[in-house]
Design a protein around this ligand. Structure first.
Ligand code: NDP
Ligand code: 2IT
Length: 444
């Protein structure tokens, strides 16, 4: 680590105590940028890096709501508007009990580079709450979302900041939040993405992150003379990203044998039944253990570590720090060839370094899962134009965006003498576009 990286990192740690995930995300990016800052010292001299490490604005607010027993509950809401050099703040909202400022900041920080990679004009932001939608009635979720939006709505609009979904926030939550925004402002505008089809949502947005992860991984494999065909795949998670990564990987001839949730995982050597997972998790909102009721040949394992099952390709699609060094070591010892990060920061920095040292291909989250936000940006375009594109049109655009993201990562990794290191390539390519814009716009 260079002295400059150490200095930036020390400042970040001092200024943001106790925010381990944010420190982790910053460290990974700064390490990748070392040769870039040597080549372009102007980004140090004009304070571009110092400014990138400090969010434009961090909003924290109380979210009071009444539960079904008539009792007042209080949660905490967040929106971090990190950087809008290349477009309005854009990024999802996460509702999960683990949410605190450090998680929202790591997500918002990564979103800057991810959004830059999409080639579309969107800045970086993220929001959420420590509210847990699990086990709540639809009415409770609605009252929570309305209260959350009544406060958040003061800081966003279609040209300023456009939230979307993430863990715990899907079509139902976006619907309730959009309704409340509209009621409070009297404006119909594309202030949220991931809306329902028929009222401003884009066809293909639901599938976009999972499909995009597989499109990126396909390109990465192809560039290294391989493909999904016949490969054994393990997926963590069984939510929005996991479901559509599962479907797309299978369509390319992969054999997906595992999906999981926060309680355990199922292993199905006949290949996981995508429609069944979709029905259990997306429609019925039940536990993945339910799967074996319908598929008696499959097995439910009461363990939160699906990475104890060997595979050729790992698609982590649940949450951050899902794969640590010991899990990475197990996977590599058992023949892993590639990782496609559907989730945000699903591998620890140590795990990523280990994978790269062993020649395992790593499709980093910022690049590999950018398909979701890319189609969100296409939804914004459709809303502005008052038009609706077909599923095929959106999917074709998504595929070509993911392919061009892979090419950008590949090019940057070669330009800075780290061929095949798509992690560094993504950080560098994502950074350069934002840095150039920030320098041109002066010290703001
Ligand atoms: P969902 O809420 O739809 O699904 C999340 C899945 O991960 C569920 O299976 C959930 O299990 C599991 N999970 C969540 N938290 C944990 C945890 N702490 N430990 C173990 N398992 C956990 O979320 P998404 O599919 O939308 O998001 C998954 C990942 O993808 C996240 O990292 C998100 O940031 C990232 N992402 C999402 C995008 C999107 O468009 N939705 C875009 C880009 C990235 P359970 O059902 O038990 O809660
Ligand atoms: O992490 C992500 O990119 C998302 N959760 C999607 C963001 C978006 O604005 O669609």
């Amino acid at each position: 680590m260079t002295d400059l990286t150490k200095k930036y990192l020390e400042t970040v740690k001092k200024r943001n105590p106790g925010e381990a995930e944010f420190h982790q995300a910053v460290e990974e990016v700064l390490e990748s940028l070392e040769p870039v800052l040597e080549k372009y010292p102007e980004y140090v001299e004009t304070g571009v890096v110092d400014r990138l490490l400090e969010p434009d604005r961090q909003i924290m607010f109380r979210v009071p709501w009444i539960d079904d027993n008539g009792k007042c509950q209080v949660n905490r809401g967040f929106r971090v508007q990190f950087n809008n050099a290349i477009g309005p703040y854009k990024g999802g909202c996460r509702f999960h009990p683990s949410v605190y400022l450090g998680i929202i900041k790591f997500l918002g920080f990564e979103q800057i580079f991810k959004n830059s990679l999409t080639t579309l004009p969107i800045g970086g932001g993220k929001g959420g709450s420590d509210f847990d939608p699990k086990g709540k009635s639809d009415n409770e979720v609605m009252r929570f979302c309305q209260s959350f939006m009544t406060e958040l709505g003061k800081y966003i609009d279609a040209d300023t900041d456009v939230p979307a979904g993430d863990i715990g926030v899907g079509g139902r939550e976006i619907g309730f939040m959009f309704g409340q925004y509209k009621r409070n402002t009297d404006k119909w505008e594309g202030v949220l993405t991931g809306k329902g089809v028929g009222w401003g949502g884009s066809l293909g947005r639901t599938e976009a992150t999972g499909y995009g992860t597989v499109y990126f991984t396909r390109e990465m494999l192809k560039a290294n003379g391989m493909s999904f065909e016949g490969k054994r795949v393990v997926i963590s998670g069984s939510g929005n990203v996991a479901i559509y990564a599962l479907q797309k990987a299978q369509s390319y001839g992969a054999k997906v044998v595992v999906v999981s949730d926060s309680n355990g995982y199922i292993i199905d050597e006949d290949g996981v039944d995508y429609k069944l997972v979709k029905q259990i998790k997306e429609v019925e909102r039940k536990r993945i253990s339910e799967y074996v009721v319908h598929r008696p040949n499959a097995k439910y394992v009461d363990s939160t570590n699906p990475w104890e099952v060997k595979c050729d390709i790992a698609l982590p699609c649940s949450t951050q720090n899902d794969i640590d060094l010991p899990k990475a070591e197990f996977l590599v010892a058992n023949g892993l060839i590639a990782v496609g990060e559907g989730a945000n920061m699903p591998c620890t920095n140590e795990a990523v370094k280990f994978f790269l040292s062993k020649g395992v291909l790593v499709g980093p989250a910022k690049a590999a899962n950018a398909g979701g936000v890319a189609v969100s940006a296409l939804e914004m375009s459709q809303n502005s134009m008052r038009l609706e594109w077909s599923f095929e049109e959106v999917d074709t655009k998504l595929d070509s965006i993911m392919t061009s993201i892979f090419q950008a990562c590949d090019r940057a990794s070669k330009e800075f003498n780290m061929p095949g290191n798509y992690v560094a390539g993504a950080n560098i390519a994502g950074f350069l576009k934002v840095a150039k814009a920030m320098k041109a716009q002066g010290v703001v």
